[in-house]
Design a protein around this ligand. Sequence first.
Ligand code: PA5
Length: 470
Amino acid sequence: MAAPQLRLDYASTLDTAVGSAHGLSLAEIERAAEPVREAVQRIEAERRAGQHRYRDLPDDAEMRRVVTAAVKRYAARKFENLVVLGIGGSALGNIALQTALNPCYHNVLPARSRRGPRLFVMDNVDPTQFGNLLDVIGPAVKKTLFNVISKSGETAETAAQFLIVRDLLARKLGKGLARNLVVTTDPEGGTMRGIVDAAGYDALPVPPGVGGRFSVLSAVGLFSAGMCGVRIDKLLAGAAAMSRRVAQSNVSKNPAAMLALLLHAFYVRGKRLHVMMPYSYQLKDLADWYRQLWAESLGKADDLDGNRVNLGPTPIKALGATDQHSQVQLYREGPNDKVFIFLEVERFARDVPIPKVAGLPADLAYLQGKTLGRLLNAEKAATEYALVQSQRPCMTIRFPVVSEETVGQFILLWEAATTIAGRLMNINPYDQPAVQLGKEFTFALMGKKGYRQQADAYKAYAKSRGKAAI
Ligand code: PA5
């Protein structure tokens, strides 16, 4: 039986649905397809020359072997907790995979009902949160595995967490601390690599040439997923299947090319806010993951020819049906500057019937005998209808089911769409120069050597900015 395939339904982006002022005509899409086709062909040629390395991950048998072996080794030790320390691209994929592919309340299930340890992904340095985590795992440190993920090893947040945890492990486990530590980092260089080599910690590689936000299908995302029972071979098989679909230069057969085409065309028309709205709790953190991928990859000051362009769509996350009661008023009646990307599930992993109850008031009687799944999908259809009535373009990515295969497809789909959109915008989707300044000034404010100039600049700024507070 063929594996279930994601489908991109873009009928509600067309002028026939939302009118010509806000929708795209088929003729426009056809005209826009030519540069997209060329972009796809160029990207595929560049892949053959060794670029866009994230696309190789689904078929990287050696990477899969290394991760699977590590999972097997650590799973055998029956840890109660797995704590991932990382941020940005070193955390969001882990969270998304866990939410999508394990039960919603995985961590509160008894061990016998879970497929692995409880998982905590710490992607912040909020002292209350981190302190509370230490309270939870403190009594069980010996039964806790820590996976530190940092490609560079220099990220202040992850480095600080690592130092706290290493100290804790040293106090509780003494010389055996390394037994509860796996570090995922650059295999060749960087600060963390130096620490790992010097101390002999177990390490997993972040593949060279793969940036943080494109790395979920490497050891970065796969180790914690595998530890918690996610079938990583199926996840990669789904991604590999999508990788083949998005290599096609025929845009009408290539969902990443079509996504990039549509979202770029709307961007050019002034619809620069791209709202992803899953109607599925399981998919909600994939929308967070998408937010980083789309924003950090496409928000750029300069184009590839060195022109100052200050481009980039703003990705927004909403959750159906929750945000119908929070955002939809704005989405229908506020500025018509958004495109809506719904995520819809055809067959939920389970459904919950609404009981039949005698004597219900007529206002509620319509619900009885239906299911929550039917209600949620009716809300999606109704919200899309309402948005379309307000001439707001909408598209839907339809999951036949939420499974390792379809989640793998979704990840690769958006990664490839990001590369193509970057090409259409003539920017580099793989760098993030603007994140650097904040990092450097954090170093300066925390007294890191070599950042004296930034510390002085900050002092001057703080003095000159005047006073305006109430
Ligand atoms: O996508 C990216 O490159 C970033 O979000 C990084 O993943 C993030 O800054 C963490 O970097 P590192 O893994 O080097 O600690």
